[in-house]
Every structure is written in structure tokens, then in C-alpha cells.
Design a protein around this ligand. Structure first.
Ligand code: ADP
Ligand code: MG
Length: 460
């Protein structure tokens, strides 16, 4: 699950004890095994989490009973959930959306636990919450025909974007200078949690809120998470091609520059990863499908994806399988006089699959930059032979697609700060956590290359 859900620390860990309780046979009687409320902005992985759990438990992401609360916006629609009482017109035709058979059908031989998801619960009519009270409290839902459905072997999930707007507002001042001020993630999480829970308390009754075991708050996704999701999508697309086309399958090569283009065009604070998935679909999956139907792609060939000359679209070219292709990871130059730090950065980035080059001075750095195709450069502002900021700005002038970050321990002087801003060089204050450094590289790579960078004040 952790490889499927990115950028949401703590979420998976919160689910584990609940599943273990069930598997150990120690789950409480007369109530669901667990009741979780997943909160946060759109496209941050709430629904995906439940699907990923279904995959983990039952080997199939579809093994869950999903109630789209958007379909129960009117009071009379809520009755569909439990079916009409006998004697009512159409009683026999109205199958309740929830019954014991349906619950049993989403468990598996591997695991007898059923997952029920009330998706986007804020959309349902108020009577839905009343109906759910008994379910959450005693683990029983009484249907229209007076039969009972037991939820003792289920985990009940509810998702909602209640409070998401306030959460975004809470985050907004930090997003701009994320680079310079690494706020403790726990602190952010705590704040967001509070905002979200307050929104829930305003909408639902105290009885309802009290029956929730755990509220999990999802955070807006960071740049590195978006990058990981693009990698997932590309991998998924490749597996799909192999599974569906069999002997006619072909390889798709999406080098880093193309992934970066997808990120630049698909990153949305408002729609989270949804916009990103749409972008991959529109610019990669659909054009590929068109090429397949036109018979342009032979078996065992490779489709190489690159950024079109106008940077407005991706271009897809069929090549031979044996061609050598671009790396899916960024290529980064680290210019740092402190060998220990440079070796550390080198090792960490390599572990993440990045292609790393290191230099200890400006002369060496220039030599590497002319020979290698680099995506980003991290420069120590205080190099021995010259100003690191000037070097970074110069490298960027020579290659406007290159993203540059100056690492500094102290506030830059007036002249250097001017150079930095004019040159579009981002700043990273030492000491920094590796995670923040890599996140910043991804953030920079996502920004359209020629835009000026935001001013990033040092932590107060
Ligand atoms: N944190 C995440 N990790 C991995 N993929 C994600 C994440 N958030 C969103 N996605 C991708 O975006 C899609 C939409 O996310 P979803 O879980 O439906 O969002 P919501 O939070 O609105 O329920 C998912 O199917 C998944 O592919
Ligand atoms: Mg959802």
C-alpha cells in the first residue's frame, strides 16, 4: 500500500491495527471492525486508499462496496439504500443498495473482511447520517423489509472534502516558500487535522462524530508526490499495454523531460492528482491508442515520447526496441566544496534513481554542464573559486531549461540576491533535510522554466 499511496504519512499506519484486530479474531462485537473518516482536498488519494486496501486484502481494487453519496442527495433517494418497505409500490423491484449478500460478495477467500465506502458523504441528504447512526453504533442496518444487515465483519470508510477549502487556505502561505522554510510536517498535519475536524463538527451531529474511530486528514500533494504519481501512471500504462495487447505489445519510453512536461501541464492545486491523470490520458494514452488503431506500431517496437519543439504537446515516435533510451529520472549536478555533503547528496539522490554528477568548483561544474544533459543544478553559494549564485545564473542562461538552486547557510548579500532573482535561481537554506532538498528540485522542475521564481524568505 505504501508504494501506491504517496505523500500521506500516517494514513496506512492508522489502518493496520484495525485489520490486525480482525485477523486476530479480536475485533469488538456488535459494531463494525473500524469506522474511518477520510478528509482532505480532491484528488489527494482518499478513495484510492480504500481501493489499495481492497487490493491488499482481496487482490482486487474493486472488492469493496462503494456507496456514491452523490446519488443520495434527496431525502427520498436515501430510501433506495435500504429498499422500500413491503406493501409499497415497487417493493420487489427496489433492491436495497446495501444488503448482506452484497457485503459478503466483496469479501474474499483470502480475507473475510468487507470494505464499505460511503464516498463523498457531505453530498448525501441529512437522513443518511441518521440512518448510519445505528450502523456505526451497533453494527446493524435495518432494511426496508425489516431484515437486518450485520456490519460486524466490515470496515466502514467515509470520505469527504469538508473543510478542504479552509485547509488549503491554511496551507497557502506556506506553499510559496516551502523551499526556504521547512515547517515540521507534524505541525502542518496537526493544523490541518484541526481545521478539518472543526468542519465535520459543524456539519454532523455529536452522536455521529463520536462514532467515528479515527479521522485521517489528507494533505495537498507536494511536488515529489506528483512526480511519483506520474511514474505510477506511466508504469501502469506499460503494464496495461502488455496485458491487453499480448503478442502485439510494445514498449513505451517516457524519458524524464517528457515526465516533467506532464507535471508542468498537469499539476493542479485544485484537482490534485486527478488533473494529472487526465493530462497523462490526454497526451499519452489517447495518442497511443490512436497510433495502435491506425496500425502504426509494430509488435516489439518502442514508442519514444519527447517534448514537441513548441513545448505545446508531446511527440510520439516509433523506434526499434534496441535503441537506447532516456532515463526516467532527473539528471542533477551538485556543485559543493564540502565533500562530505556532496557525497551524501550524491548517495541519497542515486538511491532514488537520479543520475547525479558532482563537482567541487565552478571550473569542474562548467565542464560537466557542457558535456551532460542536465535537468537541475544544486550549487553551493559560497564556492572557493567564484560565486555559486553567479555560476548558477550563468548555467541557466546557457540552458534555459535547466533549473538551478543555490544552497546557502546565511542570507545572501545584496548583489548576489539581485543576481539570484534575475537569474531565476531558487534558494535552499542549510542545513536542510534531504527530503526537502529533493522536494525542492521537483518543485523547480515543475515550474515553467522561464518564469521568475518566487521570493522565498528565510524562516523567521
Ligand atoms: N496520494 C496519492 N498517491 C497515489 N496516487 C494518488 C494519490 N492521490 C491521488 N492519486 C491518484 O489520483 C486518482 C484520484 O484520487 P482519489 O483517491 O480518487 O482522490 P480523492 O481524494 O478525491 O478521493 C487516484 O486514482 C490515484 O491514481
Ligand atoms: Mg474520492
Amino acid at each position: 500500500m505504501s508504494s501506491k499511496i504517496v505523500g500521506q504519512p500516517g494514513v496506512i499506519e492508522a489502518l493496520v491495527p484495525c485489520v490486525e484486530m480482525f485477523q486476530a479474531g479480536l475485533a469488538p462485537e456488535n459494531r463494525p471492525v473500524g469506522v474511518f473518516l477520510l478528509l482532505g482536498p480532491t484528488g489527494t488519494g482518499k478513495t484510492r486508499t480504500v481501493e489499495a486496501l481492497a487490493e491488499a486484502l482481496h487482490g482486487n481494487a474493486k472488492s469493496l462496496l462503494k456507496i456514491d453519496c452523490g446519488e443520495y442527495q434527496m431525502e427520498h433517494e436515501v430510501a433506495k439504500l435500504i429498499g422500500a418497505p413491503p406493501g409499497y409500490l415497487g417493493h420487489r423491484e427496489t433492491q436495497p443498495a446495501l444488503n448482506q449478500q452484497k457485503l459478503a460478495a466483496v469479501a474474499s477467500e483470502k480475507c473475510g473482511l468487507s470494505l464499505v465506502l460511503f464516498d463523498e458523504i457531505e453530498k448525501a441528504a441529512p437522513s443518511m447520517a441518521r440512518l448510519m447512526l445505528g450502523l456505526l453504533d451497533r453494527g446493524i442496518l435495518r432494511l426496508g423489509d425489516n431484515t437486518q444487515v450485520s456490519f460486524e465483519k466490515t470496515i466502514v470508510f467515509m470520505t469527504s472534502n469538508l473543510g478542504a477549502r479552509e485547509m488549503m487556505r491554511e496551507m497557502a502561505p506556506e506553499i510559496g516558500f516551502q523551499s526556504a522554510v521547512p515547517i515540521a510536517p507534524e505541525e502542518v498535519a496537526g493544523k490541518l487535522n484541526k481545521v478539518a475536524i472543526n468542519a465535520v463538527r459543524r456539519k454532523f451531529s455529536p452522536e455521529f462524530v463520536n462514532r467515528i474511530d479515527r479521522v485521517l486528514t489528507y494533505q495537498p500533494l507536494g511536488a515529489a508526490s506528483f512526480a511519483a504519481i506520474v511514474d505510477h501512471e506511466v508504469e501502469h500504462l506499460q503494464r496495461h499495454i502488455v496485458a491487453r495487447l499480448g503478442s502485439r505489445a510494445f514498449a513505451v519510453d517516457v524519458p524524464f523531460a517528457a515526465r516533467q512536461w506532464l507535471l508542468e501541464n498537469g499539476t493542479s492545486v485544485e484537482y490534485g492528482a486527478r488533473e494529472l491523470k487526465r493530462t497523462v490520458h490526454r497526451h499519452l494514452t489517447q495518442p497511443l491508442a490512436a497510433m495502435v488503431t491506425q496500425g502504426c506500431i509494430g509488435a516489439h517496437s518502442c514508442v519514444r515520447v519527447s517534448v514537441g519543439p513548441d513545448r505545446q504537446s508531446l511527440s510520439l515516435r516509433v523506434g526499434r526496441e534496441s535503441e537506447t533510451f532516456g532515463s526516467p529520472f532527473p539528471s542533477v549536478l551538485v556543485v559543493e566544496k564540502n565533500r562530505e555533503l556532496s557525497e551524501f547528496l550524491d548517495r541519497q539522490m542515486r538511491d532514488a534513481g537520479w543520475d547525479v554528477h558532482t563537482a567541487t568548483n565552478a571550473v569542474e561544474a562548467r565542464r560537466i554542464a557542457t558535456k551532460r544533459k542536465l535537468h537541475a543544478v544544486l550549487v553551493d553559494a559560497d564556492l572557493q573559486d567564484e560565486s555559486g549564485v553567479a555560476l548558477a545564473a550563468q548555467l541557466r542562461r546557457a540552458n534555459p531549461q535547466l533549473r538551478a538552486i543555490a544552497m546557502t547557510r546565511k542570507e545572501l548579500g545584496h548583489v548576489e540576491e539581485g543576481l539570484r532573482k534575475a537569474g531565476g535561481v531558487a534558494i535552499l537554506y542549510k542545513p536542510f533535510a534531504m527530503r526537502d532538498a529533493m522536494e525542492l528540485v521537483y518543485t523547480q522542475l515543475r515550474e515553467p522554466a522561464l518564469e521568475r521564481f518566487e521570493d522565498s524568505p528565510k524562516a523567521a
